[in-house]
Design a protein around this ligand. Sequence first.
Ligand code: WTA
Length: 673
Amino acid sequence: MAALSLGRGVSRLLGCLHRASAPWRAVSGRIRGAPDAAQPGSYLALSAQAAREPAAFWGPLARETLVWDTPYHTVWDCDFSSGKIGWFLGGQLNVSVNCLDQHVQKSPESVALIWERDEPGTEVRITYRELLETTCRLANTLKKHGVRRGDRVALYMSVSPLAVAAMLACARIGAVHTVVFAGFSAESLAGRINDAKCKVVITFNQGLRGGRVVELKKIVDEAVKHCPSVQHVLVAHRTENKVPMGDRDIPLEQEMAKEDPECTPESMGSEDTLFLLYTSGSTGMPKGLVHTQAGYLLYAALTHKLVFDYRPGDVFSCVADIGWITGHSYVVYGPLCNGATSILFESTPVYPNAGRYWEMVQRLKINQFYGAPTAVRLLLKYGDAWVKKYDRSSLRTLGSVGEPINQEAWEWLHKVVGDSRCTLVDTWWQTETGGICIAPRPSEEGAEILPGMAMRPFFGIIPILMDEKGNVMEGGDVSGSLCISQAWPGMARTIYGDHQRFVDAYFKAYPGYYFTGDGAYRTREGYYQITGRMDDVINISGHRLGTAEIEDAMANHPAVPETAVIGYPHDIKGEAAFAFIVLKDDRDDAEKVVEELRAAVAAKIAKYAVPDQILVVKRLPKTRSGKVMRRLLRKIVTGQTRDLGDTTTLEDPGVITEILTAYQKHGARRPAK
Ligand code: WTA
């Protein structure tokens, strides 16, 4: 009972914080005013409580926020040394009931999704009642075709209500979805389907993006040739065009029309798997991170509400693709659990012109806009007129995610798009964290926000900076490896089929801590700024890629015995890939080989993974033990050749001049983009 009464307290306090957060006053890029640390219910007081008493903080919130079939008996049971993470044990619930049925009971006709289709002005509104019906028909179709609780289903779909219904249909029957971004190649798709052993794939005949047709079904056909686990491909229709249908293909809409619009939800354990989502690490093939039911949903819903200041009736817009974690948590699960109206953005920021986002904001009266810095950097080059042309007075919160936001982009988003009156939240998190971990909100009214800074940990997140020796760094004005010292409900539970890899990747570098792979700086005031990856992961237009993956994609070329890929700064993409390749002695057709390598990366991974630059060198810089010193390559590409650091371990220091000469020659031909 003690926990319950404390629980009401926590919820009430969160309510206060939420209300107090309404009229942020922004003054020339900053939000002024000092938070009152001592005030009960203040951000600081709640943060302290979440850190000190996680069970008392999260337990009652879970009970009050989610609809349960059976209450949990244990709030959390976690141990970072073995990678054991469990929340709300013993509890049972269904995620689709939380995202749909509970709202249908109260207000069936409120709008769940606004599908902002590729062609502007052709949006489609879907109510909670309609979305529930579609989800149930799709769930029944899946069941009819042999999908059972625990089975994996791959989604290779463009952003659409049917894709959302497919995710929720899996959740309804206890199947596990794995959404694969519809820009990945057939080979990447096949790799994910095989790793997850998916029984069914759901796709569209074609997709539409930026006025162009994307051949989704064709790519799926190519992929499933190599996927013995796949029994059926369900094909929905986005365009009028006919595509060839084979034996295992099933026309989705036709089948759904025959099914019942009701489907009894499976009662799932809190720790049953909700979805897998593949993401890149510094080594090996992409990891299938496992997210479970209750903790993930609670964390997505709560961060959605508090970071963005979401209020009932708002139109919330996250323009990410559902193929990424941002789409999962802030297009689908968080907003729908909160009963919000969520925008599904099918298009691109520059189609049909650079005013697309802001015209959409005006037409749909959007209150929160959440996007990636790469798009902001692109749009600001088109000039302010494309923004100012449209009425943006509905906007209250602007959000940024996926990569560091540079000062110029932050200022532009804040001043030009937000007219210096919207709260701008730079949100740091990862596929692994399930939801936002560091962001300027929640916080007290008037609490300051500094440009380009993620600022403050969310409730229950305890960031720690580590020095190179693995010592915890205290105080301010320090930079180190960003770790988190205590479990939170939204974090991933394991890597599908390889728990040891999960432990090794996240809990080994700093025993007892979750290591994010990112570096961060902490100011004297205790604010955080993310400085970027510390491993061999690069971030191209907000998309994560392991340099090793790109190297692997090029490795099979018979003329190329060795490659080394690094990331280098790119003014729109944030980072771009630069590949150094060594050719076999007898090859004199370098240009042809380079083109073949580009094609290989596009075919094996995705178009966006193709290196912007490929440079032929005689040798790679290696240590005596044969390790490629990518650090030196990075210095050469970023022009820091005066400060190469320690080169004593190089097998032959002469290699530096050799590469530098080749690079300078190459630079003269092909200026760095
Ligand atoms: C980077 C995306 C700086 C970071 C939600 C992280 C950021 C990786 C930010 C995760 C930010 C994400 N500032 N860097 N606000 N947000 N990152 O898994 O390197 O696709 O580790 O999740 O993106 O990418 P992921």
